[in-house]
Design a protein around this ligand. Sequence first.
Ligand code: HEC
Ligand code: HEC
Ligand code: HEC
Ligand code: HEC
Ligand code: HEC
Length: 338
Amino acid sequence: MRVGDSLILFGLFCAWSFLVPSVAIPPQEEPKVTDERTNLATLVKSCRKCHEDVCTEWEGSQHAQSWTDPVFQAAVKDLPDGGDSCARCHAPLEILDTGIGKLPKARKLDRDLGVNCVTCHLSGNEYHGPFDSPGHGGVTGNPAYREPGICLSCHGQPEARKEHDQGTSFLVAKARGANKSCQECHQPEVERKLVTSPTIKEKYTIGVQKVRLHTFTGARRNLVVKGAAELTLKFESTEVVATVTALTGHGLPASHHREVVLVLVQLGADGQELATERKQWRYSDGTALEAGLPTPVRVTLRVGAREVRATLMHHLLPTAGRDALIPQEIATVSGTVP
Ligand code: HEC
Ligand code: HEC
Ligand code: HEC
Ligand code: HEC
Ligand code: HEC
């Protein structure tokens, strides 16, 4: 709502101010909007005054580092356009201005602020979010915040950037019946007030809500990789069958510069290694595991094999800005040969 648009709107604003007198945001505190926000840093910083928890979560996320990320910086530093084409997702203008689900436009200023609160929640001086609330002069709840489309604005644009597309494989899995949203897996649920700063959280009318953390946890936080796929072992006469099923909502690995590796080790009676086999899947060569589809890997048992150990790893591969391979365990199982 553009505060001051009409007397009616002004009246509504006053009514809201009356409910929450000491912390209502006066209209003059709203930033001036030009086609480029000139005071984005101040505005983003100001959210902390009332939304402390959300700000702390976001600051630790890859979205806050989407421009400053050393791997990204190494990739853009020699580009002739200085990364303008990349800024459409790594430092964009408000996504609501181009429309949820559509590729945003590039921001010229304050690129270090990456994908921030304003990128996802503002359109002009209007605030958007999942709930009907009296905040910011009145917000009409928008269900799009609970659906994958908002994420696909940047994570599902294969024509603009095939290397960072979780959307295509997500939609394939969805067509097969997968029904979780990106948020359900990447923004764990929590119950709390929308305003969490200790000094003011009791002053607002909206009570405790089921909301989702702004951690956007992914492979580079290493917290969601364990358990990202199911791994089972079965013995069939002369063979051992390891079956891998990705539990991600999209392909695994989900992006380029990554691989998933299965290592199958056969051990003899004294624990000596008889054979080691490897199978690898990569996003960049189109071999990523499809979400929800079991992939069997068969290996012939060696004479004298007593035990088989299977390890499934996710590797962040070395590239400019990431000197060494980062190994992350997905799952480990072992079985005794019958
Ligand atoms: C990548 C997009 C994105 C960014 C960046 C982002 N948000 Fe959100 N925000 C969301 C989504 C999606 C939801 C809905 C989550 C849910 O279902 O509860 C949401 C919900 C909210 C809510 C209501 C629920 C709650 O947790 O209280 C607030 C308040 C909020 N965001 C504030 C912020 C602030 C402040 C920042 C910056 C520190 C920020 N957001 C950054 C996408 C984003
Ligand atoms: C002066 C306090 C204050 C500041 C500063 C503030 N907010 Fe809020 N915000 C609120 C209140 C109040 C609500 C409504 C929640 C309630 O009433 O419990 C709210 C709700 C929200 C919601 C949820 C809207 C909905 O209904 O789903 C979003 C998103 C949001 N704020 C984003 C931001 C962002 C982004 C910033 C920084 C640019 C910011 N807020 C700064 C007070 C504030
Ligand atoms: C405006 C563009 C944009 C939107 C909208 C967006 N993202 Fe992102 N996201 C990015 C960029 C850019 C990165 C990569 C930053 C980097 O590492 O350089 C990223 C990174 C991530 C990561 C990787 C974190 C890691 O540790 O590896 C996850 C997970 C993620 N986003 C989830 C989401 C979800 C869920 C949504 C929807 C609620 C969403 N994103 C919406 C642009 C966006
Ligand atoms: C359509 C949106 C979009 C555009 C355009 C885009 N990216 Fe990204 N980028 C993403 C998203 C989303 C992620 C996080 C998910 C992922 O890693 O796949 C990401 C992640 C990255 C990463 C982190 C990879 C890693 O291994 O840690 C690098 C580097 C990167 N982008 C470089 C670039 C460069 C360079 C450009 C411009 C030439 C660019 N991107 C353009 C959306 C985009
Ligand atoms: C069923 C749960 C689930 C759903 C649904 C899901 N993801 Fe993921 N996602 C994961 C897991 C687990 C990982 C960690 C393994 C990995 O990095 O490949 C992951 C990884 C990622 C990464 C990090 C890639 C990397 O390697 O840095 C991004 C970005 C991402 N998801 C974005 C999305 C987006 C966008 C959606 C919705 C279109 C989505 N995810 C839906 C579970 C899910």
